[in-house]
Write a protein that binds this ligand. Structure first.
Ligand code: GLC
Length: 541
């Protein structure tokens, strides 16, 4: 087994926002096919394609109504087959988004559950409970939804159902996303079959949505603050589910894989990537660390140590479709605190030049650390957040579900600019896109950065090229070298070659070690590393 995924670079395609082929202002699968030359020019190994299955799009595809078909908004099964074939021809692997925690309320199973009434086998596929109060008129417990508001919704009982009050169903996210009952073997079997369906079509793996939350405390106890109780024990039932999934993956040729999404602590995360469970897990502590040497170092050490104990690599990421873009976050240097759907960064404090400098510096850290890497489309262009969308343009369900207190995640989901001019900057033939693109978005376009040595795009391309050539990058053990507190300095040794990575978060320049500068995020011709910059230096062993 090659285990290609251990040090692979994945590129996350948020389908709606990558490239539109049919002029409706929403990205689609043929758009991804049209963008494959670009993806190949970046030098990534694989794509993660955000959900494109049949869905009413309440949570932009994270509400799946049919797991075995493509939503017409994005194309067809034939388009997906074509995408897999064309990507494979270029040596690029394809991974899809797998959403097992909940279905859409339009999923056949949920419709059957509502129609079948209390006590039925159909209801056993979801989490239906009687309410509290004299006539069951109060929700079964006080748990809140991640998106804001209650996590229980009541449905009328059908005629002819056994006597009793109308029941409530549980949803960790929106009411249109009912949670499945993962203690029901029928649910496990169905999803094993969904995995097979896509692996049979040649897909190389999955990103697993909300991976750790499949099992809720079956007693549904009230909690302080209404946060749900999700058992975390390393021998808990949820791990049985992943062991079952692993057997399905291992029954296929070609080293198929899955990456786990969980915001849990590093030890808990490592529990999901033991040798008989899944393959990779995002390091969200690194996402949240901000541009802060101390927090970054802690996030690196703690994840590497926890994962080493289970023999798994770490998966480095700074950006995704749920988190304000790092150019905005790093401009303030702040840690991302709070829950997993973060509050919008304060646009007023945004310093674009500083944010870009720091994002460039972080790119070289990200791509040097040993393990897998995920890059979110537009990150390689240095796209900032768009925090000033008019309220009427907001699309993320978080906005409405939070009672309009949280503007949600649209700020990091604006369509990609491909050309410096033209309607929607080459993203679409339409001028109107599903989220409006800022008037000056052309500054960040692929065509504006291509061949421009000082651009973010060319920095990513150079770094990815070097990472492929030098085994120390992305594959070596991390050794820390003594350095001032605000400077990260690490040494990567491999096969007679050593590379030092320096990241300067201090306000003053620091000296560079003796050696050959392979790549730097800023001008180092003076022989020192400026503030908010990083460099790769080949040093004597
Ligand atoms: C995941 C997705 C997020 C979605 C949520 C519910 O965290 O990344 O976009 O809203 O799950 O499926």
């Amino acid at each position: 087994m090659t285990q290609w995924w251990r040090d692979a670079v994945f590129y996350q395609v948020y389908v709606r926002s990558f490239r539109d082929s049919d002029g409706d202002g929403v990205g689609d699968l043929r758009g991804i096919i049209d963008g494959l030359d670009y993806v190949q020019s970046l030098g990534v190994d694989a794509l993660w394609i955000s959900p494109c299955f049949t869905s009413p799009q309440v949570d932009h595809g994270y509400d799946v109504a049919d797991y075995r078909d493509i939503d017409p908004l994005f194309g067809s099964l034939a388009d997906m087959d074509d995408l897999v074939a064309q990507a494979h021809r270029r040596g690029i692997r394809i991974t899809l988004d797998f959403v097992p925690n909940h279905t859409s309320d339009r999923h056949r199973w949920f419709q059957q559950a509502v129609a079948a009434g209390r006590g039925s086998a159909e209801r056993e596929r979801y989490l239906f409970r009687d309410g509290r109060g004299e006539r069951g008129e109060l929700p079964p417990n006080n748990w809140m939804s991640v998106f804001g508001g209650h996590s229980w919704t009541r449905v009328p009982e059908p005629e002819g159902a056994p006597d009793g009050p109308a029941q409530w169903y549980y949803h960790l996210f929106a009411a249109e996303q009912p949670d499945l009952n993962w203690r029901n073997p029928e649910v496990v079997a169905e999803f094993e079959d969904v995995i097979r369906f896509w692996l049979d079509r040649g897909v190389d793996g999955f990103r697993i949505d909300v991976s750790d939350a499949l099992m809720k405390d079956p007693d549904f106890p009230d909690t302080d603050g209404g946060w749900p109780v999700i058992p975390k024990h390393p021998d808990g039932e949820v791990h049985e589910v992943y062991r079952r999934f692993r057997k399905v993956f291992d029954s296929y040729l070609g080293d198929r894989m899955a990456v786990i999404e969980t915001g849990a602590d590093d030890e808990t995360v490592a529990g999901f990537i033991r040798p008989d469970e899944m393959h990779l897990a995002f390091n969200f502590r690194f996402v949240k660390a901000g541009f802060d040497a101390g927090h970054l170092r802690e996030a690196i050490d703690s994840s590497l140590a926890a994962n080493a104990r289970v023999g798994a690599p770490t998966t480095w990421v700074t950006d995704n479709h749920d988190t304000p873009r790092s150019v905005g976050r790093y401009s303030q240097g702040t840690q991302l605190l709070g829950s997993y759907v973060p509050a919008t960064t304060a646009a007023a404090d945004f310093d674009e030049a500083r944010g870009l400098q720091r994002a460039r510096a972080m790119a070289l850290l990200l791509l040097a650390l040993p393990g897998a890497v995920y890059i979110y489309n537009g990150q390689e262009l240095g796209l900032p957040n768009v925090d000033d969308l008019p309220e009427s343009a907001l699309q993320d369900p978080v906005w409405e579900k939070s009672g309009r207190t949280n503007r949600g995640r649209d700020n990091c989901r604006i369509p990609m600019p491909w050309t410096a001019a033209g309607p929607s900057f080459g993203f679409s033939t339409a001028a109107q896109t599903w989220l409006p693109m800022p008037a000056d978005w052309g500054r960040f376009a692929v065509s504006a950065q291509e061949g421009e040595p000082s651009s973010m795009l060319e920095l990513y391309r150079s770094a990815l090229r070097m990472r492929r050539l030098l085994p120390a990058l992305g594959r070596a053990n991390v050794e820390w070298v003594d350095s001032p507190e605000a400077v990260l300095r690490l040494r990567l040794n491999s096969d007679g070659e050593a590379v030092e990575v320096l990241l300067n978060t201090s306000p003053a320049p620091v000296p560079l070690p003796a050696g050959r500068v392979l790549l730097a995020s800023a001008d180092v011709s003076a022989g020192s590393l400026p503030s908010d910059a990083s460099a790769w230096v080949q040093v004597a062993q």
